[in-house]
Design a binder for this molecule. Structure first.
Ligand code: F6R
Length: 245
C-alpha cells in the first residue's frame, strides 16, 4: 500500500485485462463517432493501441457505423523511412484500422517536415479525443525526456532506450534498422486536445505508471507529467501493472 496520495486530477482506471481496458476506450470513442458529427481523433501507434483498434474494427464489422465524418491526426511518424515502408506509422494505421473501416484516407493525417501540423489541427477544429501510449521512459508521442511543456510538432531525436524497445517490438531486434529521428506532436500540441485517454499495459510500464500516479508537477525528465496540466485525462491500465489505486 502506497504512502502517497494522488494529488492530480488525472483519472486512473484499472481493468482485469488489456482487452477490457481497450474495450472501455473503444466505447468512449464510438459514442462520439456514432453521433455522426464531424470529429477529430488524435491517434497513437505502437503495440498498446492495437487492441483498441481491433475493438473499433469489430464494431465496424458488426454495425457498419460510418467513419466518413471522422478525421484522424497521428501523433508521430518516423523520419527517413521510404513511403510505403511497413514500419511507417502510416502503414501501421492502415494495417490495424484504416483499411478495415470506411474512413476517407484524405481525412487521415500524419505530421510532416515543413508543414505546420499544429495550425492544420487547430484550423480543422482541434482534436476531440486524443489516444496516447506511454514509453518506459515516460515519453508521450515521441516527446522524450527533456521535452518542454511548450513544445509543438517538431523533429525529435529518439533516445537509445526508445530505439532499443522499438527494435525489439517492430524491427526483429535489429537496432540499426530503427530510424534515429521522428517528427512528433509536442507536449503543448497534445495538451490542446479536448479529452485524452492514455493506455498502459503490462509490467514494462509499471515504473512509468507509478511515476505518473505520484506526479505532482511537470518534470521535464518525465514527459507524461505534462498531463497534470490538462483537465480531462483518463489513464486506463491493466493487471500487468502493480500500481494499486
Ligand atoms: C507512438 C507513440 C509512443 C508510444 C510509446 C509506447 O505513436 O506515441 O509514445 O505510445 O512508445 O509504445 P508501445 O505501445 O509499443 O509500448
Amino acid at each position: 500500500m502506497s504512502l502517497f496520495k494522488k494529488k492530480s486530477k488525472i483519472k486512473f482506471k484499472k481493468f482485469e485485462s488489456s482487452i477490457e481496458a481497450s474495450e472501455y476506450v473503444a466505447i468512449e470513442v464510438l459514442n462520439e463517432v456514432k453521433k455522426g458529427k464531424k470529429i477529430n481523433l488524435g491517434l497513437a501507434t505502437g503495440s498498446t493501441p492495437i487492441l483498441l483498434y481491433n475493438a473499433l474494427v469489430s464494431d465496424y464489422e458488426e454495425t457498419r457505423t460510418p467513419w466518413k465524418n471522422v478525421s484522424t491526426y497521428n501523433l508521430d511518424e518516423y523520419l527517413n523511412l521510404p513511403e510505403g515502408h511497413p514500419q511507417t506509422y502510416k502503414e501501421f494505421m492502415k494495417k490495424h484500422l484504416f483499411s478495415h473501416i470506411d474512413i476517407n484516407l484524405d481525412n487521415t493525417h500524419f505530421p510532416k517536415v515543413n508543414e505546420n501540423y499544429d495550425s492544420l489541427i487547430q484550423l480543422n477544429g482541434g482534436i476531440d479525443i486524443q489516444i496516447l501510449g506511454i514509453g518506459t521512459n515516460g515519453h508521450i508521442g515521441f516527446n522524450e525526456p527533456g521535452s518542454l511543456l511548450k513544445s509543438i510538432t517538431r523533429v525529435v531525436d529518439l533516445t537509445q532506450e526508445t530505439i532499443d524497445v522499438n527494435a525489439k517490438q517492430f524491427f526483429a531486434g535489429n537496432k540499426d534498422l530503427v530510424p534515429k529521428q521522428a517528427i512528433s506532436m509536442g507536449l503543448e500540441s497534445i495538451l490542446n486536445a479536448k479529452k485524452i485517454y492514455l493506455l498502459a499495459f503490462g509490467y514494462s510500464k509499471n515504473e512509468a505508471m507509478e511515476k505518473l500516479y505520484h506526479a505532482e508537477k511537470f518534470d521535464v525528465n518525465f514527459p507524461a507529467s505534462a498531463l497534470l496540466q490538462h483537465n480531462d485525462v483518463t489513464v486506463v491500465f491493466d493487471n500487468g501493472t502493480e500500481l494499486d489505486i
